[in-house]
Ligand binder design. Structure first.
Ligand SMILES: [Zn+2]
Length: 147
């Protein structure tokens, strides 16, 4: 089991994902190859992250990377940026999201920020008065809501 000391509070963490991953990796005396091995992410992926090409991690990637770097995932998440999604992409994502919620999935990712969504199925009525099920969700990290 690898034991790491915590990141000291005076450590001046960068404001981008690229910078942070690089800084913490160096602080841990790891090469990119080491980090790739510990995190099980491809070395090219690590390179892209540190080059600022990848500015956004999936929940799983973030967890693996944070674990390998021995830090809290929030330290990465708070500096991740997602390229702005077009309205069409967002619409497609929401359709998918709605389907999953109605299928009973409760652990879902916010399409805006990747945070945890709080999901539920609500009963409503359509214009003919028929009972319909509606997917509702709100993000626990940003202002996103699905209605
Ligand atoms: Zn969100």
């Amino acid at each position: 089991m690898r034991q790491f000391r915590p990141i000291p509070p005076e450590f001046n963490l960068g404001e981008t994902l690229a910078r942070r991953v690089f800084q913490i990796r160096e602080f841990r005396n790891m090469t990119r190859k080491d980090l790739s091995r510990y995190s099980r992410l491809k070395e090219e992926k690590i390179e892209d992250i540190e080059a600022g090409v990848e500015t956004w991690l999936s929940v799983v990637e973030r967890q693996l990377l944070a674990k390998a770097l021995s830090i809290e995932p929030i330290l990465l998440q708070e500096v991740e940026t997602r390229p702005n999604l077009g309205a069409e992409t967002m619409y497609a994502l929401e359709i998918e999201l709605g389907k999953k919620i109605l299928e009973g999935k409760t652990v879902l990712e916010c399409p805006k920020c990747g945070g945890t969504l709080n999901c539920r199925v609500e009963q409503g009525y359509d214009i003919q008065g028929n009972v319909i099920k509606m997917a509702k969700a709100y993000c626990t990290s940003c202002a996103y809501t699905l209605r």
